[in-house]
Design a protein around this ligand. Sequence first.
Ligand SMILES: NC(=O)c1ccc[n+]([C@@H]2O[C@H](COP(=O)([O-])OP(=O)(O)OC[C@H]3O[C@@H](n4cnc5c(N)ncnc54)[C@H](O)[C@@H]3O)[C@@H](O)[C@H]2O)c1
Length: 302
Amino acid sequence: MGHGIAQVFAGAGHQVRIFDQDSSVLASVPERIRANLVPFLELGLVAPEQVETLLGRVKPCSVLADLCQGADLVIEAVSENLGLKRKLFAQLESFVPPQTILASNTSAISIGLIAEGLAHPGRVLGTHFWNPPQVVPCVEVIRAPRTDPAVVDRVMELLNRVGKHPVRVEKDVPGFVGNRMQHALWREAIYLVEQGIASPEDVDAVVRLGFGLRLAFLGPLQTADLAGLDLTRAVHEDLLPHLDCAQGPSPLLERKLAQGHLGAKAGQGFHSWTPESLAQVKQNRDRTLLKILREVLPAPKP
Ligand SMILES: NC(=O)c1ccc[n+]([C@@H]2O[C@H](COP(=O)([O-])OP(=O)(O)OC[C@H]3O[C@@H](n4cnc5c(N)ncnc54)[C@H](O)[C@@H]3O)[C@@H](O)[C@H]2O)c1
């Protein structure tokens, strides 16, 4: 996520510094951004002569203190682990002046917990980008109980200026807005497979080629309005008691993990994968999303 987020700001003309504790990851940043730019170039959203300019704005930093020098905003995108993030925020706080905004790209960890114990929690908030961040416009901006509302306003404005579509999340709830909805869907999808109701291929097809097709154009609440709230209520009365409401990971998911079926990175999850099919899917995903966005929104910035 980090290099994609760096690309968003560099594409909008900002000078960006990027740090990773793994020097090989840090060294691969220019090459990864170059690869991210391929679909933008193919669709004419970036001119070939802009590539080196954009890359020139992203400076890899091998020392965290150097990254922090003079930064207006630091966005953390390290692994999803509270202890790690807290330690990093404490380090960041020791390197930046009190007015520097500190943001976390966490998917689901409480921003308030990340900020706990810091001297200036008012400048800490969540900026949850969606993968791939250089393509997907929406960013959830999460206000923790102690976040200064003026900091939220400044980050909303900045994200708008770099071509994103920020949304305000007014309460620091687990999973914020997007991952609550996304994982409610995944829980039900896994349940349907576990119960032998449909195959993984067919469950995915119902979303991709069924109701999911319209989700980039009409959100669920717009769709409920179109269906009618009376119909929505009637369906909920009949259907909600039958939906999975397990409070923990599904036994099917646990069995898959025990078998080493960790998903695309292991070659097997609900589907089978090869390195080639994975690379192909990622490239086609970005190209397809950019084409859809061209229809739904003004051209996104790279
Ligand atoms: N991958 C996604 O789809 C996605 C989407 C939205 C948000 N997120 C969130 O973004 C964050 C990063 O996710 P990712 O998928 O890019 O993970 P990743 O594992 O690909 O990258 C994390 C990077 O953090 C580095 N790192 C770990 N500890 C560090 C430290 N102390 N200092 C500096 N660098 C350190 C690692 O070397 C690694 O390169 C997580 O909080 C994740 O939940 C991920």
